[in-house]
Design a protein around this ligand. Structure first.
Ligand SMILES: *Cc1c(COP(=O)(O)O)cnc(C)c1O
Length: 228
């Protein structure tokens, strides 16, 4: 059995390797440790091994962990799961980033509810890149207007795009999807000042995502083990 520290170390080495083989400096790819369903003790173990960015999917579970670990001032908390509009307030009050904004209503509420005492909330727009009916994320046709809306909100800082590509794609499918995402990212990256994040790549497709310009991979299983 490997420890969390050992698995984190392997994940970081995997990132460095993938970046290097893509001719990119390793520091251009950040590692978000996805701790959903895992106990606070696992997060502390990762923290002690140097990890500072953590991602949670479920609002209530995430908020409880943020509160329980409020003494760890330098943890950066990312909400990466779907958000219902009646949950925006607690999210705005507890998280540093929300990567799963996919409609105007959610963005407007997060903006209104972000406490004045906190810095602007970092936001990624989640894109339904493979146009899957079942998936969250804004449709490609609606992306431009959502980008414009989020960028205009004073209490939000638009940082980039997030996507969850289709599971088990063919190599060709994967290449097409990741290239399309990279193209969208580059378009906004050149025109918007804080737009620096392309959040794509999980335990199973990390290397391919980095090959295609990912700046943040979201890794759960490979660090914390299988979820039950
Ligand atoms: C669970 C989850 C991850 C991590 O997935 P793993 O396969 O465990 O690495 C990444 N992103 C999102 C949005 C998730 O829900």
């Amino acid at each position: 059995m490997q420890t969390i520290a050992e698995r984190l170390d392997s994940a970081r080495k995997g990132i460095d390797q993938a970046a290097t083989s893509a001719h990119r400096p390793p520091k251009t790819v950040k590692l978000l440790a996805v701790s959903k369903t895992k106990p606070v003790s696992d997060i502390i173990e990762a923290y002690e091994a140097g990890q500072r960015m953590f991602g949670e999917n479920y609002v209530q579970e995430g908020v409880e962990k943020v509160q329980e670990l409020s003494g760890f001032k330098d943890i950066e908390w990312h909400m990466i799961g779907p958000i219902q509009s009646n949950k925006t307030k607690v999210v705005a009050e507890h998280f540093d980033w929300v990567q799963s904004v996919d409609r105007e209503k959610i963005a407007r509420r997060l903006n209104e509810q972000r406490p004045a005492s906190m810095p602007p909330l970092n936001v990624c727009i989640q894109v339904n890149i493979d146009d899957e009916g079942s998936k969250s994320g804004v449709a490609l046709n609606d992306l431009a207007s959502l980008v414009e809306f989020v960028a205009s909100q004073e209490r939000l800082c638009l940082r980039g795009l997030m996507a969850i590509p289709k599971a088990n794609p063919s190599e060709e499918q994967q290449r097409v999807t990741l290239s399309k995402l990279k193209e969208l990212f580059d378009h906004y990256h050149t025109s918007l000042s804080n737009f620096d994040t392309l959040s794509v790549g999980m335990s199973s497709d990390m290397a391919e995502a980095i090959q295609h310009g990912s700046t943040m991979v979201r890794i759960g299983t490979a660090i914390f083990g299988k979820r039950t």
